[in-house]
Design a protein around this ligand. Structure first.
Ligand code: SF4
Ligand code: SF4
Length: 511
């Protein structure tokens, strides 16, 4: 780790300890509110509606009736306190309203007031309160200080999932005209252009052609990154970050090399050029479904037999857990393969079959650890065995790298810590929260840096990668200390016909 200042070092040391309470520390912190055009594109009112209170309560009632889990979560909490110190935002900020149970209570107190007997007649006895403008402000602020990571639910004896309550709160807010600019603007771009970045098909094609040239310059081998190729076997749906910036783009190169070596017939789609589905973050089933249907349409139009997802945490949750419900049945795809499949499942399969020639020493300049992304770890699976979502990424990393060390066991696998930027919080207007929320993960990283000389952290989520490349420098690491797993695969692959340094040396010696 590079030299850091004393404050940051202190912050890292304290990160997993229960912090001193700092009531109100993050009060008033909130992301920009969505403009009317961003709201209306998603089917929400453009601004706060005059009868907002009635509408908010009606929506809450509707959600409690339709979503039994939401109602159970509101009713079941016994205030045991097991979740209080499990949220990275509480650990990083000390604000008691960032304790999961307190975050839930912001909404639960209103639910009790209007929808329970005790709350209607004896509100002071059960902590029930009226829905006021101040409460609304508090909801907007603290429900945008939750990354919907679900870590707290792992420790709750009743399995209460704060993420579900956060999603419900955001949905209520959207329905009365108070949406979040960052998430809603992005969903609008996916609907109109096909991806979060607003990258049109022409620009996307040019980017992919540039990447093909880069691979050829680097390896001497022509590796294709096909776009909109009808009749391909596989449709790859990947986060648009993979088309745009490091380390994501190095991951895309890795996928292309794997497909090249396995002889796969594959394509990207300009229509479904986004794996991310921010409909999940705002709790909107309708928007989530609309985005998911783009993938179905692309698969049908291109006539593919399989759908594979690239490295993106929440996209894999939506794909693995909801895609068949949202956009199925996928009876037109080849039923001999998982529908959908993760790129890591594909690559691990290729490694096991010996289809890839790998030189692990090409990653010897890196000493690695692995960050489990929340949505992959706690809301999905890979492969056909329990825990495959933990083992398969590690198996791939160990197959392509010699130097790998785990972080503290309390911070990995199902107990993994959020990067601090998930759930629609990856926006500059929440940078203070993002930096503080990353501190528990940085603490665990610092430990393996001290103990084993770890230099880099690998991840399989576009949000994690973007967040870490932004916040790691605040903790004394270089911004390129975060890497894609398929970037490591890309480094290690020797393409068929590719001349290696060893070959060149032998040729020189022979000459
Ligand atoms: S879901 Fe994650 S961010 Fe939200 S309260 Fe729980 S631990 Fe905190
Ligand atoms: S762990 Fe569960 S039951 Fe206990 S306080 Fe937290 S949410 Fe309530």
């Amino acid at each position: 780790m590079a030299d850091g200042n004393n404050d940051i070092e202190q912050q890292i040391r304290d990160a997993l300890d229960v912090p001193c309470l700092k009531p109100g520390a993050m009060e008033g912190l909130k992301p920009f509110v969505a403009a009317p055009e961003h709201q209306e594109k998603l089917g929400f009112p453009g601004e706060l509606v005059p009868d907002w209170k009635e509408k908010a309560l009606a929506k809450m009632k509707d959600l409690a009736e339709k979503n039994r889990a939401f109602q159970v979560y509101l009713d079941a909490c016994v205030k045991c306190g097991a979740c209080t110190d499990k949220c990275h935002y509480f650990l990083g900020t000390g604000d008691p309203k960032n304790m999961p149970v307190a975050r839930q209570d912001l909404l639960r107190s209103v639910y009790r007031r209007y929808f329970t007997f005790a709350g209607k007649y004896f509100p002071w006895l059960v902590g029930a309160r009226d829905l006021t403008e101040e409460v609304l402000e508090e909801w907007y602020s603290y429900y945008h200080q939750c990354s919907e990571c679900r870590r707290c639910s792992v420790f709750c004896p009743y399995g209460i999932d704060t993420a579900e309550i956060t999603m419900a709160a955001r949905e209520i807010l959207d329905h009365i005209g108070v949406g979040q600019k960052y998430s809603n603007e992005i969903i609008g771009k996916v609907k109109s252009v096909g991806n979060n970045l607003g990258l049109n098909p022409k620009a996307l094609r040019a980017t992919l052609e540039d990447l093909e040239e880069d691979i050829e310059d680097d390896t001497g081998i022509s590796v294709r990154i096909p776009l909109d190729e009808k009749g391909a076997d596989i449709l790859l749906v990947t986060p648009s970050a993979d088309f745009f910036a490091e380390p994501h783009i190095d991951g895309l190169i890795g996928y292309a090399k794997v497909f090249h070596e396995t002889g796969a017939s594959w394509t990207l789609s300009s229509y479904a050029s986004e794996a991310a589905n921010f409909g999940l973050f705002i709790g909107s089933y309708e928007n989530m479904r609309e985005i998911a249907l783009r993938i179905r349409k692309a698969a049908e139009d291109l006539g593919v037999k399989r759908i594979i997802f690239g490295e993106c945490g929440h996209a894999w949750r939506v794909a693995y857990s909801f895609l068949n419900t949202l956009a199925g049945p996928f009876d037109f795809l080849d039923q001999n393969y998982p529908i959908p499949q993760h790129i890591l499942e594909y690559t691990w399969d290729a490694i096991q079959k010996g289809q890839l020639k790998l030189d692990k020493s090409r990653n010897d300049h890196l000493t690695l650890t692995y960050h489990d992304s929340c949505n992959v770890a706690r809301a999905s699976r890979m492969g056909d065995m329990p825990g495959g979502q933990f083992e398969i990424p590690r198996n791939v990393i160990k197959a392509v790298c010699n130097n790998f060390y785990e972080m503290d066991r309390d911070t990995i696998r199902e107990s993994t810590l959020c990067c601090g930027g998930g759930g629609g919080l990856l926006t500059d207007d929440l940078m203070d929260l993002r930096i503080k929320g990353a501190s528990p993960r940085m603490k665990a990283l610092q430990q393996v840096t001290e103990d084993h000389g770890v230099t880099h952290m690998a991840a399989i989520c576009a949000i994690c990668k973007t967040q870490f490349s932004k916040v790691m420098p605040k903790y004394g690491y270089d911004m390129d200390s975060i890497v894609s797993v398929h970037q490591l695969v890309s480094n290690a692959i020797i393409l068929t016909g590719q001349e290696t340094e060893e070959d060149e040396q032998n040729e020189e010696e022979a000459a």
